[in-house]
Write a protein that binds this ligand. Structure first.
Ligand code: F6R
Length: 610
């Protein structure tokens, strides 16, 4: 959450800072600000709201400076207003900082600093950092050492950048639990919390690891650990194109990413299907397949949409690999002292690879000796790096705050993993080949659903003013119902709940009346007849049913009120097809309500605070 950028070099830094912050707004957009050195003084321009507002209200395009840092905020401590916006100054405006993360012991430090005469003006936890650094500077330390000593005093997480008017030729950055990347240029260097901000400027980067600090100048940088050990960092090449992070003619990133799914799914399976052998190949985990198969159990840990994928994976892995699977919210797992041993496999699913709760849960499971498998989208992300082995989903950058293409690609990776494990056990080559054929045809089927989006748009228009939605499914489609409801809540602000269809009778059916739209996932699978009965129960209570039905289904199409057709496929791949109309339904409703679907209120793309 929150985004950080910085520049030191010979050209005007302002275009990079403003453009970079716009690219990072998916991480938070409560307030924005920049700090820069001008005529040997530090200046800060910041305000509530988005970077584009800051830019036009302050004519940022007229500024010219060559050392600066910037921040876009997702508020944690203190409401989103100008005072709480970053950057933050020390008392005499000689240093300023931008910070991502949370300083957990800030109250304690603040009390001590206040006793020493430091005055705080914001409600943020971050402000303690700037005063603490000031405190160490006043004891004669260099900026680098003052930042290092300060970070030794704090508990919590940080992606931090600091500039000083007394040492104007450097930016100090540090990282713990919140990403920080150095972009290497020619006689200029950049910093950013995500690659997205850097890619039109450089493809050479250095990823800081946790507990590392760096001093960056025009033409050099050096790194140490916070505890003052020397470390050598590799400069890595990144492979990301500007086109991948632009809207490409679509009104919103979310729509672009929904529409991209035929391709993103192809990218997830590319090179991973072994047609001849009727199985799949996941290079990253090749050497760990035996250990996974011999696991006492698999625990899947994630948050949000990725957690829903975990629930789908539970059905797959139990069915195909016969290993008991548990699925846990990372935030619960990390605090309940889970019983884990070295014969467990713990799989972490994360689009961003930076989710704070997932990362902390990973470290806990690792400490207890489990095999750690990471399923991530962002290459080089913290979870990918901390995992012992893993698979990239290769869905491409996901910028829309609501996860769409990452969800379908994550499900696909579990389909590939289940196939691989089943073929190592007792699945026949013929059965494996049949699954491969289905996997290989899924992109075409997604395309077919997307081509018929007008039907969904019309349905969305009819339901845009409702206050509630219910989503029902059974088996593999129960987690899809949860995910559909989450999409609706987060971008259209309509209360929505997902439920296992049969559970309705145990309480929620009391909610059903002629005003309640209910999206029912009813593909022709082994529980189809049961779902038909559930739908009849709802119709008897005047519920309005939007049925997600297979193409040949003429039975339910006469019972439900609205029909959205999806092609048939095998059970384990159904979630990939069935989620598409639910993504579109949420999208079109949010658009017709005039909402900003890419930047829904209160949300941020990657949740790097707990
Ligand atoms: C919902 C959504 C979130 C994320 C969750 C986990 O649309 O995007 O619920 O799924 O914050 O994020 P990752 O997968 O990056 O760990």
């Amino acid at each position: 959450m929150c985004g950080i950028v910085g520049y030191i070099g010979n050209r005007n830094a302002c275009p990079f800072l403003t453009e970079g912050l716009k690219r990072l707004e998916y991480r938070g957009y409560d307030s924005a600000g920049i700090a820069f050195l001008s005529d040997n003084e530090l200046e800060i321009i910041k305000d509530k709201g988005k970077i584009s507002e800051l830019e036009s209200n302050n004519s940022l395009s007229n500024l010219n400076f060559s050392v600066g840092i910037g921040h876009t905020r997702w508020a944690t401590h203190g409401e989103p207003n100008k005072i709480n916006a970053h950057p933050h100054f020390n008392h005499n405006k000689s240093i300023c900082i931008v910070h991502n993360g949370i300083i957990e012991n800030y109250e304690e430090i603040k009390i001590k600093l206040e006793k020493d005469g430091f005055r705080f003006i914001s409600e943020t936890d971050s402000e303690v950092l700037v005063h603490l650094i000031d405190y160490f500077l006043s004891r004669g330390y260099s900026l680098f050492q003052a930042v290092r000593y300060s970070l030794n005093e704090v508990n919590g997480t940080y992606g931090l950048a600091v500039i000083s008017k007394k040492e104007p030729d450097k930016i100090i950055v540090a990282r713990k639990g919140s990403p920080l990347i150095i972009g290497i240029g020619k006689n200029e260097n950049f910093i950013a919390s995500d690659l997205q901000a850097l890619i039109s400027y450089t493809n050479k980067v250095v990823y800081l690891a946790d507990d590392e600090i760096a001093e960056i100048r025009n033409d050099s940088f050096f790194t140490r650990t916070i505890s003052d050990e020397s470390i050598k960092k590799e400069i890595e090449d990144v492979d990301l194109e500007l086109e991948q992070i632009s809207k490409g003619g679509y009104a919103h990133f979310m729509l672009k990413e929904i529409m991209e799914q035929p391709n993103s799914i192809q990218n997830s399976i590319r090179g991973r299907l072994l047609f001849e052998e009727g199985t799949s190949k996941l290079g990253g985990i090749e050497n760990y397949v035996d250990r996974i198969l011999n696991s006492r159990r698999i625990i899947i840990t994630a948050c949000g949409s990725s957690w829903h994928v975990g629930l789908i994976a539970e059905y797959m892995l139990e069915q195909f690999a016969g290993i008991p699977v548990e699925v846990d919210y990372a935030s619960e797992f990390r605090y309940r002292n889970p019983i884990i041993s070295n014969d467990d496999t713990v799989i972490f699913i994360s689009q961003s690879g930076e989710t704070a709760d997932s990362l902390a849960a990973l470290k806990e499971a690792k400490r207890k000796g489990a095999l750690i498998v990471g399923i991530c989208n962002v290459v080089g992300s913290s979870i990918a790096r901390e995992s012992m082995t893993g698979v990239y989903i290769h869905a491409g950058p996901e910028i829309g705050v609501a996860s769409t293409k990452a969800f379908s690609s994550q499900v696909m990776i579990f389909a590939l993993l289940s196939l691989l494990l089943a073929r190592r056990l007792n699945m026949s080559k013929q059965d494996g080949s049949n699954i491969i054929l289905e996997i290989n045809s899924i992109s075409e089927k997604i395309k077919n659903i997307l081509d018929n989006n007008e039907i969904i748009k019309n349905i969305a228009e009819k339901f845009k003013d409702v206050k509630n939605f219910l989503y029902l499914g059974r088996g593999y489609n129960f987690p899809v119902a949860l995910e559909g409801a989450l999409k609706m809540k987060e971008i259209s602000y309509i209360h929505a709940e997902g439920y296992p269809a049969a559970e309705m009778k145990h309480g929620p059916i009391a909610l059903i009346d002629e005003n309640m739209p209910i999206v029912v996932l009813a593909p022709k699978d082994s529980v189809y007849e049961k779902v038909v009965s559930n739908i009849k129960e709802l119709k008897a209570r005047k519920g309005i049913i939007i049925g997600i039905l297979n193409e040949q289904d003429n039975e339910l199409s006469n019972i439900v009120d609205y029909v959205i057709r999806v092609p048939e496929t095998i059970r384990m791949l159904m979630p990939i097809l069935n989620i598409i109309p639910l993504q579109l339904l949420a999208y079109y409703i949010a658009v017709s309500k005039g909402l900003n679907v890419d930047q829904p209120r209160n949300l941020a793309k990657s949740v790097t605070v707990e």
